[in-house]
Ligand binder design. Structure first.
Ligand code: SF4
Length: 327
């Protein structure tokens, strides 16, 4: 079994925000499923078996269900796994005492580091004052923390954004420039997958499907570094949202063609093998072309999900959310 280095646990896919760059296409509309105590235990035991010693925790927004988050931390700690950091958009930081209370609880569970999201995509959903309040209190409570990305926090403060409100895309175009979406994506060095695929359409030249075909194994689908294990106990390969396999199968690269028709083809025959499978099932490539190999891969999986759903095209709600975002 391979170790899951630099990896994370996804507590839920639902989020208070629906950022336009979100890798997992999280939003308030996704199912309100949160990691259970039983699954937390199972995941912690699996991680321990692989020799993993630390993970980060993300979502969706992990602070939407604080009890579930704390149960996960306890289960991880019981199995000797420490928390690198917890990601949050700070939506919950409306009141000093409430925040301090939660930080004290986290501290008592051994958490020492938090990542606070601030950027031109999150500001559409979370007022800046909440992230600032969280940073101030993390500092006061002696936590380590980092703002992802700090350059936007500095920028928003320096241009005097109203900290008490969110901003629409149109307002941001006026304040920080018409091209702020692709510019932010470039500055971010975004992994162009998930909802960022829609941003990538304006950034890269579209090329015919054939240009993106390769029989070489897509190495991401067999990598256990920088991957995520989700609340359903499935592992999502690094940078490949919408693909997953049961943890034990993934960690042993046990991809049978029957159970995992998509993963097995990507692992053994790359995008060429997936393309043949998709075409056998009626897929026709878009004449407009695709901006990347992952964009073609997503398009094939979206199609297969509608005609030939399989265990590895999951979670289903990712595809629903992507279709909604594409309207
Ligand atoms: S082509 Fe598909 S499997 Fe390969 S990295 Fe992109 S999303 Fe992942």
């Amino acid at each position: 079994m391979k170790t899951m280095d630099y990896s994370g646990v996804i507590t839920n896919y639902v989020c208070t925000a629906a950022c336009r760059h979100c890798m997992f296409a999280s939003s308030p509309d996704r199912p309100k499923d949160f990691i259970t105590e039983e699954m937390s235990e199972n995941i912690a035991k699996t991680l321990k078996k692989t020799g993993t010693t630390s993970v980060h925790i993300g979502g969706g927004e992990p602070f939407m269900n604080f009890q579930a988050l704390c149960s996960l931390i306890k289960a991880l700690s019981k199995n000797g796994i420490s928390i690198d950091y917890i990601e949050t958009n700070a939506f919950w930081c409306k009141d000093d005492d409430f925040v301090k209370d939660r930080l004290e609880t986290l501290r008592s569970l051994g958490v020492t580091s938090v990542m606070v999201s601030v950027d031109p995509f999150h500001i559409e959903f979370v007022p800046l004052e909440r992230a600032i309040r969280l940073c101030v209190l993390l500092d006061q409570c002696d936590f380590d923390y980092f703002v992802w990305k700090e350059r936007y926090l500095r920028k928003f403060i320096s241009i005097g954004l109203d900290r008490t409100r969110t901003y629409t895309k149109d307002e941001l175009c006026t304040i920080i420039g018409e091209d702020y979406i692709p510019r932010t994506a470039e500055e971010y060095g975004l992994g162009m997958n998930g909802k960022a695929l829609f941003i990538a359409e304006d950034l890269f030249e579209m090329r015919p499907a054939e240009d993106w075909l390769s029989p070489a194994s897509c190495r991401s689908v067999t990598s256990t570094s920088h991957c995520h294990i989700d609340l359903y106990g499935n592992i999502v390969p690094p940078g490949c949202p919408g693909i997953s396999a049961e943890a034990n199968d993934f960690l042993n690269t046990n991809f049978s063609e029957e159970k995992y028709p998509v993963l097995s083809r990507l692992a053994h025959g790359g995008t060429s093998a997936l393309y043949s499978y998709a075409c056998e099932n009626g897929f026709t490539p878009d004449k407009k072309g695709y901006q990347s190999r992952c964009s073609l891969c997503f398009s094939m999986r979206k199609y297969l999900n509608s005609v030939r759903p399989s265990a590895d095209i999951s979670p289903r709600c990712f595809y629903e959310s992507m279709c909604e975002a594409d309207k």
